[in-house]
Design a protein around this ligand. Sequence first.
Ligand code: DOR
Ligand code: ZN
Length: 428
Amino acid sequence: MKTLLKNCRLTNGMHNILIENDKIIYIQKVTMSRKLFKKKRRLESESDEIIDISGNHVIPGVIDPHVHVRDMEQSDKENWLSASKAALAGGVTTIFDMPNTLPPTTNLINLNLKRKAAEKSLVNYKFYLGATNENINEIEEILKTDPSDIAGIKVFLAASSSNEVIKDREILKSVFKVARDFDKVMVVHTELQELLDIWQKRLHYRNILKHNALRNRQCAIRGTKLVLDLAYEVRNKLYIAHISTAEEIDLIRAYKSSADIFCEVTPHHLLLNESVLNKAGNNGKVNPPLRSEKDNEALMEAVMDGTIDIVGTDHAPHKLSEKQQEYPKAPSGFPGLETGLHLLLNEVNKGNLTIGKLVELTSRNPAEIFNLANRGEIKVGNFADLTVIDMNMKWKIDSSKFKSKAKYSPFDGMEIQGKVIMTFVNGK
Ligand code: DOR
Ligand code: ZN
């Protein structure tokens, strides 16, 4: 089966893309030359299906390395079908699922349960193994079988939603060593539990407007410093999830040239700050918390200078009824798959980002850092994971229309220019 995508606007001009057996087999520049015109006619007659992209932008499908799909015992929050429909609507073709599920992805039995649940996914996927205080041997046993569906190892240094916390530096070090020995990316949520406990005792208010003060920036900064030091010592590949503060950026800059350090920002830490919480309430409750405008600026600068490698959404769906409880009870996190790329497209339209930089952050770097073969770039031989975008379309984020089961967002009502109109997923 051959499919021809006609008139695709790539970062280097207008092209026709020919797809066969899930892969891109030919890319032809659109010109007025008679010779190429004849060749185009031939391509068209050879193809079983022709789709006219009509000059819209085509970018590599987004690879989102930070997604909480839930499912299994939390399928009321989200399942693989609803999450992958949300991914398609957001131009995302590959998702990496976090291990803090019920049951958690911390041993082979639970991994196999997740593998079964994920069969209904409409997009490509991989899983993280969750490190706990006593499962290092199990992680090693799983990795020894060289499974192709494991993206890396995830560790939480603080409690967020149903996850185990590692507090002991020596245990953490052994986990980093396993990541190094099996050449897996070590992903860390760096807020530090012992500091969180101290701030919780120190401050007495309990209110969403104080979430940032309570889960104090120092908790994230100190944890980030700790894992940078450890990765420098162990020499493993470290990926710091959702950095939120200017101070962490300074630290990462200092270490990046001398160790294998990568980091991620979420669209919400990049574009929102705690000033939205008056309106968003608990729908903006997330860990790490939304910070300040100064942090937004520092994060954007770090995107531009390459300190930040990836934008991951941290899609973290919870039930609306759970989010509507009082602040201390409301779980942290909100859906992001349907807003992430759109928010970045809007930044491109505002002149704050180039489309080339966007592609680097959302597909090229994730494919390279997580060793995904034949993905992350539009080139012959790669899987045809492609996202078609109308850069001119103006619309408003309306969370009631989300494909995700979680129909709320701190971005609700925001005016956006740029919309995903088609998503092609291949090679599943
Ligand atoms: O806000 C968050 N929600 N942060 C996390 O680290 C976990 C996530 C979740 O799983 O809900
Ligand atoms: Zn997360």
